[in-house]
Design a protein around this ligand. Structure first.
Ligand code: B12
Ligand code: SF4
Length: 535
């Protein structure tokens, strides 16, 4: 059966989609990939309708597919709904199915859209094959994790069946992204595992682990070092990346794993690499080995330097001292340390000033400043509602993908606008001398920053990416921005694309086994137990 995957064109590739493409092709399905025309333009991320939507629909129709898939997150939900609704009108006979974070955490809102026939909650490799069996009439029960609307009611139960051994998965099929999205060609995205050992209240990685735990499963799994190195050795020849990004939620944990990985990576791969992590790994010997192997870029989420908010509201365990030690340990070794910071309703001007002073001493390479966004099914929502930061009326807008719910949330909008000068200074802090930052914070001159538009932070990442060779991620974003202005994108070498496709065919993925529950969950009346009907 002919399938089509419709994907947004982001600044980095989506490994989840690449795994699904590999699995589908390994099972004999012909799959075409159509990318959104909308190149990743920071200022257009949340736009729902574009001039070329009808053209996209025509392109999907041209693939002659019977089933169309998409990966949906909260940020692209409304855009995807728009495209799929146009597609439904043009070709009601095409069956659509969506998965990904928004489908998982806001499945009712997603299934409630007429444009989507099926919605997948959770992991997809086993479930997508079961769904195709259902569509082809080879099974008649809904697979675990698949939802749909029937007579005005949502039908479905559980979560997508987990793969028990991640080493059994085929390597992700990166050929489509490589061929069609030029900005990703230097960077190879890879995952060594699934799930995060931490429990931040604002993050959906906590949600998924808890959902599977409630069903009796351990979502946290890691591939063997051998499997990771095998994929990278093949990628080194076929893809020839100049940078490798480990997009695990948290990559640097488990000393034994890191030790084995660092040794093998140094010997067999040796390409500069980066990862996301949290600041609680202090084994200098391992860090030295990782740096020697090529670790050059780390994204570390501290989110706030207000200890009380961090521990009690955001659910993070590290101390400011640990963060400082971690940043110093890495920067001392020449690693680019990109810090994620979230401006949140628990901030006050005074504590934000204190945080900026601390940052000016700790000196990460870059501070990515975000405003807290309430993603569906995150624990922080209850807290914010209870404390009056988020009005109950806005809860539904979260499931509908309105990411501005925070900024329009009653009194908080005023609060945020009263922080604008500090947010600007926070973004500039890594580029300014500490003494100057401290002087400015205590001086009346700080009011001058209110006259500088927030857009002034945009060139910062450009400066950082151009000046600091190790800011590979910044360079990827820059490239994405550059290509967004170019109408005719550079073509990829077809031989290289074929070689990349061949890597995905190395392992067939035929032997995928469903994970075994750690304990047996009693199914609710009328519900299928998770994984009960897996192949
Ligand atoms: C790497 C990463 C990025 C990368 C690459 C994008 C990507 N999605 O891969 C970059 C840096 C670009 C990025 C950006 C952002 N990200 Co991000 N990112 C991740 C991260 C850490 C890993 C993604 C991944 O590879 N997962 C592993 C694969 C195997 O899982 P998966 O993607 O979920 O896919 C599986 C299932 O969902 C399912 N599935 C997926 N699609 C489909 C389709 C069908 C038909 C079926 C049946 C199944 C199915 O099957 C797949 C295989 O098992 C995730 C966290 C996470 N663990 O997923 C956050 C995450 C996806 N990101 C998140 C966010 C918020 C963002 C940003 C909005 C951040 C920001 N403020 O700018 C932007 C959005 C940009 C964009 N346009 O998407 C949130 C999304 C929350 C939500 N409710 O939408 C996540 C979940 C982290 C979190 N904080 O909770 N991100
Ligand atoms: S450490 Fe990162 S990925 Fe893990 S739960 Fe916290 S925010 Fe999410």
């Amino acid at each position: 059966m002919k399938c089509c995957f419709f994907c947004e064109r982001a600044s980095l590739s989506f490994v989840g989609i690449e795994y699904l493409l590999a699995i589908l092709r390994a099972h004999g399905y012909e799959v075409d990939v159509v990318f959104d025309r909308n190149p990743f333009k920071a200022w257009k991320l949340l736009e729902v309708e574009m001039d070329f939507d009808d053209e996209i629909v025509r392109e999907i129709l041209k693939t002659d597919c019977r089933v169309v898939f998409a990966y949906i997150n909260t940020a692209n939900f409304r855009r995807m709904s728009n495209i799929f609704s146009k597609l439904k009108k043009a070709a009601p006979e095409i069956t659509s199915c969506v998965g990904g974070p928004h489908a998982t955490y806001a499945h009712e809102h997603t299934a409630g859209k007429d444009s989507f026939d099926y919605v997948c909650r959770g992991e997809g490799e086993i479930t997508i094959l079961e769904l195709l069996d259902l569509i082809e009439g080879q099974r008649d029960t809904l697979p675990s994790g698949i939802y749909r609307m029937r007579d005005g009611e949502i039908e479905g139960a559980g979560f997508g069946t987990l793969v028990s051994d991640l080493n059994a998965l085929p390597f992700p099929d990166k050929s489509d992204y490589y061929a069609q999205v030029p900005q990703i060609r230097d960077t190879y995205m890879i995952m060594s595992g699934r799930g995060c050992p931490n429990r931040c209240t604002f993050c959906n990685s906590t949600t998924i682990r808890e959902h599977y735990r409630d069903e009796g499963f351990n979502f946290l799994r890691r591939r063997s070092v051998n499997d990771v190195i095998e994929e990278l050795s093949l990628a080194k020849k076929s893809y020839a990346p100049t940078f490798i990004w480990f997009c695990d939620d948290t990559f640097i944990y488990n000393k034994k794993y890191m030790n084995e990985f660092a040794g093998r990576y140094a010997e067999e791969i040796g390409i500069p690499f980066g990862c996301s992590t949290i600041p609680n790994f202090f084994d200098e010997e391992i860090i030295d080995k990782l740096v020697l192997a090529g670790l050059s870029n780390v994204e570390v989420g501290i989110q706030t330097l207000n200890a009380e908010t961090r521990i009690n509201i955001l659910g993070r365990r590290e101390t400011n001292d640990e963060f400082e030690r971690f940043v110093r340990m890495l920067r001392h070794r020449g690693v680019y340390v990109n810090t994620d910071h979230i401006i949140n309703p628990w901030d006050s001007r005074e504590n934000l000033k204190e945080q900026i002073k601390l940052y000016s001493e700790i000196r990460p390479s870059y501070i990515n400043v975000f405003y807290l966004q309430y993603f569906p099914e995150t624990k922080i929502i209850d807290r914010a509602v209870k404390q009056g930061f988020l009005s109950g009326d806005f809860l539904d807008t979260i499931g509908e993908g309105f990411l501005d719910s925070y900024l329009s949330g009653g009194s908080v909008a005023d609060k945020i606008s009263s922080f604008e000068d500090l947010v600007l200074l926070l973004s500039f802090t890594p580029f300014l001398p500490s003494a100057f930052v401290k002087w400015l914070l205590d001086s009346r001159m700080i009011f001058l920053l209110r006259y500088i538009p927030m857009a002034a932070v945009l060139p910062l990442r450009t400066i950082s990416a151009v000046m600091r060779k190790s800011d590979f991620v910044g360079r990827s974003h820059l490239k994405a921005l550059f290509y967004s202005f170019i109408k005719h994108l550079p073509k990829a070498d077809p031989r290289r694309v074929a070689d990349i496709k061949a890597v995905a065919r190395r392992k067939t993925g035929q032997s995928l086994r469903p994970a075994v529950p750690l304990r047996v969950k009693k199914p609710k009346l009328g519900q299928a137990a998770i994984g009960s009907d897996a192949r």
